[in-house]
Design a protein around this ligand. Structure first.
Ligand SMILES: [Ca+2]
Length: 409
């Protein structure tokens, strides 16, 4: 009796474990990393497993993309307002409202003069609702400072209005220092945080001979700064006691951070910077820490030569959480709530100019475990989650696309 049933019992016990293992093996085999091209940084190795080229997720996202708004000229920053409207900047110096049904309204009065040459212009926009129904709106822009010099500046104002908005006079509350003659690497992303302060990312200004400034906390070249919307430096900033420019510095050693977002799940700033050829990197910038540029970096210079001594790691300099070689050329970034795209809850979504995609990163703790690319037919300048949970994507060619989950056919 017992002997007769033994084979069946063994089979029943063995089946679940066996089938679970083979499913995992099948998925791993089916989904390698999305990036398969040769890296530029010849011979460079990641500092830990999974620091680059993470496998794609088991289930890829199917999206429907529709044109939500059109006719913008070089949109740069896109911000979702809690009433369904959007604010969008145009590089030449205009700020506009896009209504909840996708109408592009006339430009808002009171914009500052901008230096729109090269990578400059009116850049990011961020808004924070006030208890009285108004908003605090902050803008970054390439500020002309005479004699062909410029620098990134932050201006904030109170804004109100139910259709188009009206700004009370903008006040410049922060200026990157020093000013230089350069048309590149302005950084310029703005991230509001729950404590009422904000982060602003500041690039190295694309002057090879002056890259080393990113290593000094005494200027705001190649930094992320933290300040209050009135421009004051919070007392708990890491170099607050030094005064001067250092009091604003949050983290140093950045090349050109143009994607940044607050991860509310863990209460931390995350940022993606444009690296050299093959060196885009994701960091979780912490107070007072040094993220390496230009001493350490992945990838190579655009002339094909190593950056500095060609180091990818050095004691005292932080490793990126993740890097891309070849690059994605990051633009905007959000962490998705999981509303509408339920599988995206807590995932990072990062726009890419070169990748012409939205890169989705899936995390386990603070490590990336999966990377997926959602293809977009254009250079992605910014991403935002609407109040409906849809993903809104600003494209360089003047469109804002609305991405929703594709219904199963
Ligand atoms: Ca770095």
């Amino acid at each position: 009796m017992l002997l007769r049933h033994l084979p069946l019992l063994v089979l029943a016990l063995a089946l679940p474990a066996c089938s679970a293992r083979s499913t995992a093996e099948n998925n791993e085999a089916a989904r390698g990393p999305v990036e398969t091209r040769a890296p530029n940084g010849e011979g460079q190795r990641p500092a830990f497993a999974g620091q680059t080229r993470a496998p794609q997720p088991d289930v890829l996202t199917a999206v429907t993309a529709a044109v939500f708004a059109d006719g913008l000229t070089q949109p740069w920053g896109l911000e979702a307002l809690p009433d369904g409207r959007f604010l969008v900047t145009e590089k030449a110096g205009r700020l506009r409202v896009v209504t909840a049904d996708g109408r592009v309204l006339g430009p808002i009065d009171g914009m500052p003069e901008v230096d729109a040459r090269g990578q400059g212009g009116l850049l990011d926009v961020a808004a924070r609702p006030n208890p009285d129904g108004s908003f605090t709106v902050c803008l970054t822009f390439a500020e002309p400072r005479g004699d062909g010099e410029n620098g990134t500046a932050l201006a904030c104002a109170r804004a109100s209005g139910a259709d188009n908005i009206r700004l009370e006079p903008l006040r410049v509350v922060f200026r990157q220092q020093p000013s230089w003659r350069s048309m590149g690497h302005f950084g310029a992303r703005i991230v509001f945080t729950p404590d009422g302060n904000l982060f602003v990312t500041l690039g190295d200004r694309q002057r090879a001979e002056a890259r080393g400034n990113a290593q000094s906390p005494e200027n705001t070249i190649g930094k992320i700064v933290r300040l209050a919307p009135d421009g004051s430096a919070p007392r708990d900033n890491p170099f607050a006691s030094r005064g001067g420019e250092a009091q604003y510095v949050w983290s140093l050693g950045h090349r050109n951070v143009q994607a940044a977002a607050w991860r509310s799940e863990t209460g931390a700033l995350w940022a993606v910077e444009h690296g050299p050829k093959g060196g885009d990197e994701l960091n979780r910038p912490e107070a007072g820490k040094n993220y390496g540029w230009p001493v350490t970096t992945y990838g190579v210079d655009y002339n094909g030569r190593p950056i500095g001594d060609g180091l990818t790691a050095q004691t005292g300099l932080e490793q990126p959480v993740y890097y891309w070689d070849p690059v994605i050329a990051p633009s905007g970034m959000i962490f998705h709530s999981g509303k509408l795209f339920t599988a995206w809850r807590g995932d990072a979504l990062i726009g890419g100019l070169a990748s012409r995609s939205v890169t989705r990163l899936v995390f386990r703790g603070d490590r990336v475990v999966n990377e997926e690319r959602i293809d977009i037919d254009g250079r992605v300048r910014d991403v935002a989650e609407g109040i409906d949970g849809a993903l809104y994507v600003a494209v360089d060619d003047g469109r804002i696309l609305k991405l929703t989950p594709k219904a199963p056919s």
